[in-house]
Design a protein around this ligand. Structure first.
Ligand SMILES: Nc1ncnc2c1ncn2[C@@H]1O[C@H](COP(=O)(O)OP(=O)(O)OP(=O)(O)O)[C@@H](O)[C@H]1O
Ligand SMILES: [Mg+2]
Length: 223
């Protein structure tokens, strides 16, 4: 589903951000990506949805080389990849409903279908009562759930979540993790970037560890 072959990323004048990273994530896996701040976690996720191109090596998503995709195919790929950004990127002047509906509106989905689907997604993430609220009136955990609902709106095959428990207390963090686990259980490939040790210890799951841009470990953490 996701394959990285000897991937490096560098910005001119700076030391490389990723160096010779190779990894394969299969369809239906739940994988955690960890490592200290600045290790390259967000950068790696950006490669997977084609927001950034590797300086060297190849990134394949669903068998397609991301660097070779034409604009239309890249748009198609992005529809198959839902992203929950580290800073949510919710539109502050739009309601919760509109934020979640956005990916569907872009696809030209009929209004009645959008309403039904967004309603179902908001119930799924436990925000049925907040459809008309503005994002900034919500708590951090609620905003995180809006971002997850939006990422799921296009029925993605892959969900990427960048520090989804970042600023949440333990209880809210657990709720978000439950939600991501449920998404995985439905068959979605889920990649979660986190430096929250507790999250990693809670799950006997595959963990990729980045250290200053290099993949330093890939396996199930000992508990
Ligand atoms: N547009 C850019 N130009 C130059 N350097 C960048 C750019 N984006 C990221 N970097 C550098 O790449 C490195 C990795 O950043 P990245 O955001 O991938 O780290 P991260 O592991 O997600 O960190 P965090 O845990 O803080 O989110 C950092 O040193 C950062 O300064
Ligand atoms: Mg990051």
């Amino acid at each position: 589903m996701i394959q990285l072959f000897h991937v490096s990323v560098s910005y001119p004048g700076d030391p490389p951000v990723l160096t010779d990273v190779s990894a394969r994530i299969d369809k239906g896996e739940l994988v955690f990506l960890t490592g200290p701040s600045g290790a390259g976690k967000t950068t790696l996720l950006r490669l997977v949805f084609g927001q950034l191109l590797a300086t060297a090596g190849q990134v394949l998503v669903a068998g397609q080389n991301v660097a070779r995709l034409k604009r239309r195919d890249l748009a198609q790929l992005r529809r198959r990849v839902g992203v929950v950004f580290q800073d949510f990127k919710l539109l502050p002047t739009r309601t919760v409903f509109d934020n979640v509906a956005l990916p569907l509106a872009v696809l030209g989905t009929e209004a009645a279908v959008v309403a039904r689907k967004v309603g179902a997604l908001l119930r799924y993430v436990g925000l049925a009562g907040k459809a008309e609220a503005l994002p900034l009136r919500l708590s951090g955990g609620e905003q995180q759930r809006v971002a997850i609902a939006r990422a799921l709106a296009g029925d993605p095959a892959i969900l990427l979540a960048d520090e989804p428990t970042g600023n949440l207390d333990q209880e809210r963090a657990d709720e978000i993790l439950d939600l991501l686990t449920q998404v995985h259980a439905r068959g979605t490939t889920v990649v979660v970037a986190t430096h929250d040790r507790r999250v990693l210890e809670q799950f006997a799951q595959r963990v990729l560890i980045l250290d200053r841009g290099r993949l330093s470990a890939d396996g199930v953490l000992e508990r």
